[in-house]
Design a protein around this ligand. Structure first.
Ligand code: H2B
Length: 98
């Protein structure tokens, strides 16, 4: 199931395949910092992601300062990382362009 915590081996493989994200020391979340050219691009990214997140009913923990968007993903309901986090992270990578 998409909302079930991934096993350590699956998690390792998924992270390698995804690229650009860092696993937290406790292994329960992953993060990435996206830096854009300016505030408008950062905010446009957040808008696109917000629409997908709402559709997925899966929401990022994030913050924005000027042209930087810091994102932390995990599945609160599962207390760790699930397929949903990887699905959303993949979308973010593709909107960012890497
Ligand atoms: N987002 C994230 N990141 N984790 C969740 O467990 C989660 C969510 N649960 N968005 C959803 C909403 C849940 O609270 C609602 C009721 O479906």
């Amino acid at each position: 199931m998409a909302r079930e915590k991934l096993e350590p081996a699956e998690l390792k493989r998924a992270l390698e395949e995804l690229g650009g994200w860092t696993l937290a020391a406790d292994g329960l979340s992953m993060s990435r910092s996206f830096v854009f050219k300016n505030f408008s691009e950062a905010f446009a990214f957040m808008t696109r992601v917000a629409l997908v997140a709402e559709k997925m009913d899966h929401h990022p923990d994030w913050s924005n300062v000027y042209k930087t968007v810091d994102v932390k993903l995990n599945t609160h309901d599962a207390g760790g990382l699930t397929e949903l986090d990887f699905k959303l992270a993949k979308r973010m990578n593709s909107y960012f362009g890497s």
